[in-house]
Ligand binder design. Structure first.
Ligand SMILES: Nc1ncnc2c1ncn2[C@@H]1O[C@H](COP(=O)(O)OP(=O)(O)OP(=O)(O)O)[C@@H](O)[C@H]1O
Ligand SMILES: [Mg+2]
Length: 221
């Protein structure tokens, strides 16, 4: 049996898109044929609430589990969910000091750090990067990458993206732009895959992100 891969979304700053990316990726990966479970490590329970907003006739395509506890408890629960899924997505709280984030660093195979291209986000990303790089030195095989989110076509965003290229972690070659479709999908408890033609470009972006994540997890299709 193939081993379940664990992908953690983490950041120091709130509101950078961890939950949004988790949910879009979940449906994108499920659509690609993978059994997905989401471990909601954030006490705010945004992922759980998001999935709960889906209609009974069109439920969210991945199970969402609210999780609490110390590293031993989380490890036990993650291992339990891993037996029934091909990939687990860990949606973390917005703090790199939070014990759940520290647990995610120990449990993940791949860490994605959403970054909104603004100067203040760059500063907080430096701190996350240090932590992830230090963890990678301890845990061979762990991969980390920066994921630009809410990207706008402005000169400032372009400058910040260029600076990201100087970070020691690689930048995922599939950005998510600033689009209403991402915010809209949360309201409906779905993802951009369930919205109409207006979300076509968002779907294409998520498809590219799915491909990039599959590559990072070593999946070849
Ligand atoms: N690419 C995007 N385009 C437009 N809006 C976005 C995008 N990504 C996220 N958002 C919006 O930004 C807000 C924060 O996103 P989200 O809740 O996913 O961030 P988060 O990192 O999980 O936040 P927290 O740290 O509080 O858990 C939400 O209102 C969401 O709809
Ligand atoms: Mg969140």
């Amino acid at each position: 049996m193939k081993q379940c891969r664990v992908i953690a979304l983490l950041s120091q700053k709130g509101g950078v898109g961890k939950t949004t990316v988790t949910m879009q990726l979940a449906e994108g990966l499920a659509g690609a044929g993978y059994r997905i479970a989401i471990c909601d490590f954030d006490p705010q329970e945004s992922a759980a609430r998001w999935a709960a907003a889906a209609s009974a006739s069109e439920p969210f395509p991945a199970s969402v589990h609210s999780m609490r506890g110390d590293l031993a408890t989380l490890t036990r629960e993650v291992n339990g969910h891993a037996r029934r899924a091909d990939m687990l997505l860990l949606d973390c709280p917005p703090s790199i000091e939070h014990p759940h984030t520290l647990a995610a660093l120990e449990l993940a195979d791949v860490i994605l750090i959403p970054v909104v291209p603004s100067p203040t986000d760059l500063w907080s990303t430096r701190a996350v990067e240090r932590l992830v790089v230090a963890t990678m030195a301890r845990r061979p095989g762990l991969q980390g990458a920066l994921l630009p989110n809410r990207v706008q076509r402005t000169a400032l965003a372009g400058d910040v993206l260029e600076i990201l290229g100087d970070f020691s972690l690689p930048v995922v070659g599939a950005n998510l732009s600033q689009r209403n479709a991402y915010a809209q999908s949360a309201v409906e408890g779905g993802t951009v895959y369930r919205l109409g033609r207006s979300a076509e470009q968002a779907r294409e972006e998520v498809d590219r992100l799915v491909e990039a994540v599959l590559e990072m997890t070593g999946e070849t299709r």
